[in-house]
Unconditional design. Structure first.
Length: 126
């Protein structure tokens, strides 16, 4: 197991995960004044986004269905890595790109990208 998102497993042999990208954003607003430098004011704390991307080749056409079911619940879930690190996240976006179609309509290749927002503070479980 490379990592798991609730009960959905990303593995090197089954759901092939090619990369994990992490992005932190520190929010500021700027104010421009005539004949002076821009003034920067921080807003809020910060936010972190994690993106999981990979490719499925010759796998079941329903391989990502369980992941989509988890996302549709719109609840915070646990992202756990094999090294023991874990984060509470929300699934913000799932993108898929399917190609190499058979005559039956089934596809052989599916690229995917899952965008997660890291939850800091109290998780909203509404």
């Amino acid at each position: 197991m490379l990592c798991s998102l609730e009960e959905f497993m990303f593995e090197s042999g089954d759901v092939n995960l090619d990369n994990i990208k992490s992005e932190s954003e520190y929010d500021y607003i700027s104010t421009k004044t005539i004949d002076d430098y821009d003034r920067w004011q921080s807003t809020g704390k910060f936010s972190k986004t994690i993106t999981l991307a990979g490719k499925l080749v010759k796998k079941s056409n329903s391989s990502l269905d369980d992941l989509e079911t988890i996302a549709e619940k719109k609840k915070p879930v646990t992202l756990a890595f094999e090294d023991g690190r874990a984060r509470t996240v929300v699934i913000r976006n799932i993108n898929t790109d399917r190609s190499s179609f058979l005559k039956t309509g089934a596809f052989l290749v599916q690229d995917f990208e899952v965008t997660l927002g890291v939850v800091y503070g109290k998780a909203d479980n509404n």
